[in-house]
Write a new protein. Sequence first.
Length: 354
Amino acid sequence: MGTVPLLSETSAMLGIESSCDETAAAIVRGGEVIESNVVASQEDLHARFGGIVPEVASRRHVEQLTLVVQQALDDARMGWDDLSAIAVTNGPGLIGSLVVGVAAAKAYAYASRLPLVGVNHIEAHVHAAALRHPGGVSPAATAGIEYPAVCLVASGGHCDLLHVRRPGQYHLIGCALDDAPGEAFDKAARLLGLGYPGGPAIEAAARGGDATAVGLPRPRVRDTLDFSFSGLKTALVRALEGARPWPRVADLAASFQAAVIDTLVRNTMRACEETRARGLTVSGGVAANSALRESMARAAAKRGVPFAVAPPKLCTDNAAMVAAAGFQVLARRGPDDLALEVFSTLPLAERSTA
């Protein structure tokens, strides 16, 4: 690591994200203001397989990354001399995908002589709610988020309930012991023939359904704030077995979605109570679900906890959140060197009871 560079609200950070199947690059000023945010989705590429194929994802990153970075520079009307540093996701994620992003970031940093900083993907999601476009106000500022806060990061690969005592100080108070909620949605959508990705497919089908039509459990891990969604998928399978006639797909989707949301909201509200949180944020791809956003907002308002959630496009994987987190990490501990490694698992925080 080198010395901590001087950063200001005008400092422009290039963010690179390639931890899974989105090839993304963005430029963010001062850790908050989005100057550009480019995402090349691989959704259609993986849809025929019903899930992400790691080898296919990494190869597509190789094809797209330099193009995406150049588009981010063009959209921001900037050159390399306008940048202050480069931030890149180095874990957790798919190793092959991470290697592509980190290798490119190292090359850019070496050629441009810009500081390089590795960013934890989970921490990047935590910062998504504070992002804004030029002249705009961040959701966090609108909600008046204070610390200590609780942050739920819920996606296809993660479900972490974090106690954020202050920016940069995280403690894990709950996590998924098996399937993450996005993974549970993918599996349920496959069972119901709704296609991939499962989250948007379930949400769309659920709009025309009755969430009380099919009795499904709200999984609970005794004496913890942990999550377990694998049994919920099994309960859905059992609800289908022997059912004559089959319940409407819309009712099944609505019932499953409600069970996932109720579980997420219950544990998150318990976390707010136990930590005496002054603020709440929810992020990750599952946070793009409108029913979850509405349910969490109602529960937070009932308890008097200020609530912030990023716009749906910033909930899913993107590089703006990486640049925002990178700004904070760089100011906190300085840059990484060109030996920066990648990690398939990279815990953001140690387990804590509060």
